[in-house]
Write a protein that binds this ligand. Structure first.
Ligand SMILES: [Zn+2]
Length: 551
């Protein structure tokens, strides 16, 4: 590894004189020059390009989608990947887009102890995913349903004995394990803690609406992340029912607004939480009513996943899949005059990693035995849509898919001594990560308290659900040069760029850890591409049976 870093440094010297020609190294430079671009240069140039303002934040179904898709497909082609879907690099993904326009100024609440008007965006963010021109809820009662969880496997049902039909349920994010290690999986968030689950379950219960109470610690992200994610048109996979199975209104309410809401209902947020944490919790009506009317612009459109393949040799009908979503949030609420959510780290960097890996595999003196699939799904930010579509319409059989290595957020990060393994203990892929890390002189740290539910928050989750073992591994917090990290951090002025217009590429990014992480994934994929083995899920994992029955 050391030797490699040194070599990269040398190459960079060569490149920096080349770079005078302009940043247009991609697309304009002659073929022989491209081969000379160092890994770092290639990685940076793709990240920079895709996160440029001209791609408008890469929102699916926007005018910026086609240029984004074409750019990625061209990169795939340039680095030797072949189309797999006939002669196309695209897998079309039918989507429904609904722009919700809330009528009136804010959401009125009438309670036993007073009235309240919640301000749109500031206090409450709501939308509909239903393909309906108008949603009108008049004087509907609100019901408190704890964490909104119906989990027979954990002996927990917040909806038991509760009539929520035609009503709006108010629930907490995360699951009770966050507060009590003996419940659920303790601090390790289960799928029941995710917002996607809360919305699904409320729909199954027949609710007219569902509001999740935001909490920065419980959700692991700020209220602004909620606002930025859902303030324009919302996307879902196209459904023939027009999403009639979902509650008409979905949304989030800020913590401070929730506190006021519970007060006029005659209780308090603290009391509600204290009750919800108890085993045997019973939901209750809230002495509150509201009316909501929305007028909606509904569009049925087609987005696409980008897919390229490097065919293998004697085991070419078996597949290693690298994935990284291409989409981001598009154009939204401005921050200091900037309304473009560039998504440089999230996830132009992941797509750049795909391109880098494609070139590495293509340049190998000997082609790998198994085929390598490079997969850039759409709609990850809207609920892992592109990968869900792929899981239901796979281009290669799941049973022949050896592993999914997913990359999300591989941007500015200085080198570390450690690797955090998010899904440790789930499958035999752990061994491959251990060995690859050891080869880099790094130590694997199993992520045991995954409070943010990271495991469910990117596209690998849809592969796991289809029975395909996954790897989610990234450099940790044990930095090689902690002092330099501290200084580097000052450049962010104490602010998170996650899902903000400030998630932009800068030449001052230090990508040494990200590159090392990508090489780690390269090593794992290369070994599996040649050893002919199918890593298995560990006993007790819910995906094991799915794998064994998979076709
Ligand atoms: Zn992402």
């Amino acid at each position: 590894m050391k030797k490699f870093v040194f070599l990269t440094g040398l190459l960079l010297v060569v490149i920096s004189s080349r770079a005078q020609v302009g940043d247009a190294l991609i697309g304009a430079a002659p073929e022989q020059d491209k081969a000379l671009i160092s890994d770092e240069q290639l990685f940076r140039s793709v990240t920079k390009e895709l996160s440029d303002d001209k791609f408008g934040g890469r929102k699916p179904l926007s005018v910026h989608e086609a240029p984004t898709l074409n750019y990625i497909a061209n990169q795939f082609k340039q680095y030797g990947l072949q189309p797999i879907n006939g002669n196309s690099y695209f897998q079309k993904v039918p989507m429904l887009s609904v722009a919700t326009h809330i009528q009136g100024d804010g959401i009125p609440l009438k309670g036993a102890k007073g009235t309240l008007k919640l301000k749109n965006v500031d206090d409450i963010v709501i939308w509909t995913l239903r393909a309906e021109k108008q949603i009108k809820l008049t004087d509907v009662p609100l019901v408190f349903a704890g964490f909104g969880i119906n989990a027979p496997d954990y002996g927990w049902n917040d909806y038991e004995g509760l009539d929520v039909k035609g009503k709006i349920v108010v629930v907490f994010v995360n699951d009770p394990g966050f507060y009590n290690d003996s419940l659920f999986r303790g601090k390790n968030m289960t799928y029941y803690g995710r917002w996607t689950y809360k919305f699904e379950e409320a729909g199954r219960q027949g609710a007219a609406g569902v509001l999740i109470i935001h909490d920065t610690e419980l959700a692991s992200y700020d209220w602004s992340v909620v606002q930025n994610g859902r303030n324009s048109a919302v996307l879902s996979l196209y459904s023939e029912t027009g999403n009639k199975e979902l509650a008409p209104i979905q949304g989030w309410i800020s913590n401070s607004a929730a506190a006021r809401l519970f007060l006029i209902a005659g209780t308090s947020l603290d009391n509600a939480l204290a009750a919800a944490k108890q085993k045997g919790f019973k939901g209750f009506p809230l002495n509150l009513k509201t009316s909501i009317e929305t007028i909606n612009d509904v569009t049925i459109g087609e987005s696409a996943n980008v897919v390229g393949i490097l065919p293998g040799t004697d085991l070419k009908d078996e597949y290693i899949i690298y994935s990284a979503h291409w989409d981001h949030l598009g154009i939204g609420i401005p921050l200091d005059g900037d309304s473009i959510y560039n998504g440089a780290d999230d996830n132009a960097s992941g797509v750049a990693a795909l391109v880098l890996l494609a070139r590495r595999f293509h340049q190998l003196p000997q082609r790998p035995r198994r085929s390598i699939l490079f997969f850039a799904p759409t709609g990850e930010e809207s609920g892992l849509l592109g990968s869900a579509y792929y899981a239901a319409h796979p281009l290669v059989p799941h049973s022949k898919t050896v592993i999914n290595l997913n990359m999300d957020g591989y941007g500015d990060k200085m080198r570390t001594h450690d690797i955090i393994l998010a899904a440790a203990g789930q499958s035999e892929t752990d061994i491959y990560v251990q060995d690859a890390a050891a080869a880099q002189g790094r130590v694997v740290i199993p992520a045991t308290s995954n409070t943010s539910g990271g495991y469910f928050r990117s596209d690998h989750y849809n592969f796991a659900k289809a029975g395909v073992p996954v790897v989610i591994a990234k450099g940790g917090r044990n930095y090689v040069n902690p002092k330099a990290v501290e200084e580097h951090r000052l450049l962010y002025k104490g602010k998170s760029t996650y899902h903000q217009p400030t998630d932009e590429y800068h030449d001052w990014w230090d990508v040494s850890c990200s590159l090392e992480d990508i090489y780690l994934l390269f090593g794992i994929g290369l070994r599996l591409a040649n050893d002919g083995y199918f890593p298995k899920w560990n006993t007790g994992m819910e995906y094991k049976a799915i794998r064994e029955n998979s076709k």
